[in-house]
Unconditional design. Structure first.
Length: 378
């Protein structure tokens, strides 16, 4: 009888990276011969109502003006309806979720789970700022003391902890049997907590090859030629860069958006396309311009030419993967820095590094699940 693994991660965050990293980790654990379920933790802030409430925290004008805040909510609601339906369809079609949904830490603690291994999945599960607190379920606080507990490619989403989270984070992580993190900076954080033998591994989306991802991609855009924009932060520098590159290459601009009201931007908008089309749009692009870690990951999987435009200060998760692959030169210094695209990425070298990192990361995961000490095999 195969052992059973319960994954807890931010699968209910309605964006492409969140659902695809969940799918990838689930599939790789199943490939290793385990039964696998995603624990359906769905806190209020991830619901449509919770996300509308959080608009108040997105800027001073929203905090001060009831009228502006509610006008913004009215504009966003149609996009939310499309967005939630689309992502929930993907979860229903591709993710093996536990039959019950848990909306609070208390509900998780009252459940008698029967998992042999509890796994904190990837994404910014340990980001104190994003979660607005220490989110105990993502630290497996509900898991029995005697159960095996691991993390795979978890992320703090920053380079250091706030002073008021240090001691509690240390206490929670000491309960883990094996810890891996998505960023090199995360390993440094855990080391500074005095916890040994944590390691950096690939994000789950990079554990699957481009050919693996094409099995669920719609493959709609294979005959098209275009520049694709996918940005998570409002950044006119990305739009300006795409415009300059379009003038230079003669290619049309396409952009992915979560909001219907962003139709005014330069280029052809794809608003909340199905996840399968998201993959196809990256796979079909000549160039990808992004500030997103996961758009970068899929550009790597599909061997695409890409340019990073950082949202203000650099991103720890982007910086980490670029350093590992020797691609820090793909970051644009300004919106006219087209020298980046004049040299092609050496994907022979990049794919060799990725293959080695996949092998290392999968070995770590296999050992962590089975209880083999990774320090003996890394």
């Amino acid at each position: 009888m195969s052992k059973k693994v319960g994954i807890i991660t931010q699968h209910r965050v309605v964006n492409y990276g969140s659902v695809l990293q969940t799918y990838a980790l689930q599939e790789k654990i199943k490939d290793m011969g385990y039964e696998c379920e995603v624990i359906d933790y769905y806190p209020e802030r991830f619901t449509p109502l919770g996300m509308l409430k959080r608009i108040k925290n997105k800027g001073e004008k929203f905090q001060k003006s009831f009228l502006i805040r509610n006008a913004a909510r009215a504009i966003i609601i149609p996009s939310y309806i499309i967005r939630f339906r689309m992502f929930f369809k993907f979860l229903n079609d591709y993710i093996d979720m536990a039959p019950k949904t848990y909306k609070s830490e208390k509900e998780l603690e009252s459940e008698n789970f029967d998992y042999d291994v509890y796994c904190t999945g990837s994404d910014q599960v340990w980001n104190y700022g994003w979660n607005e607190r220490i989110e105990y379920p993502y630290y497996l606080a509900f898991a029995p003391e005697s159960a095996r507990k691991i993390s795979y490619a978890a992320s703090f989403g920053k380079s250091k902890l706030e002073s008021d989270e240090v001691n509690e984070t240390r206490r929670l992580l000491k309960r883990y049997d094996s810890i891996s993190l998505r960023e090199l900076s995360g390993v440094e954080i855990v080391d500074k907590l005095g916890i040994e033998n944590s390691t950096n591994v690939l994000d789950p989306t990079l554990l699957l090859s481009g050919e693996d991802w094409r099995k669920i991609s719609s493959r709609k855009f294979t005959k098209d030629r275009y520049i694709l924009i996918y940005n998570l932060n409002r950044n006119p520098r990305i739009d300006a860069y795409a415009k300059e590159l379009s003038i230079k290459t003669g290619l049309e601009v396409r952009y992915l958006s979560y909001q219907l009201h962003e139709f005014y931007k330069n280029g052809k908008m794809f608003c909340n396309p199905p996840v399968e089309d998201f993959l196809a749009l990256i796979d079909g692009a000549d160039y990808v311009i992004t500030d997103s870690f996961h758009a970068t990951a899929f550009s790597l999987n599909f061997n695409k030419e890409f340019v990073i435009v950082y949202p203000g200060k650099y991103s720890t998760r982007l910086q980490s993967i670029l350093e590992i692959l020797g691609l820090t030169n793909r970051v644009a210094k300004n919106e006219r820095d087209l020298s980046i695209v004049e040299s092609k990425i050496d994907y022979n070298r990049v794919n060799e590094i990725l293959a080695a990192e996949r092998k290392r990361s999968l070995l770590w995961l296999s050992n962590a699940l089975s209880g083999v000490k990774n320090e003996d095999s890394m």
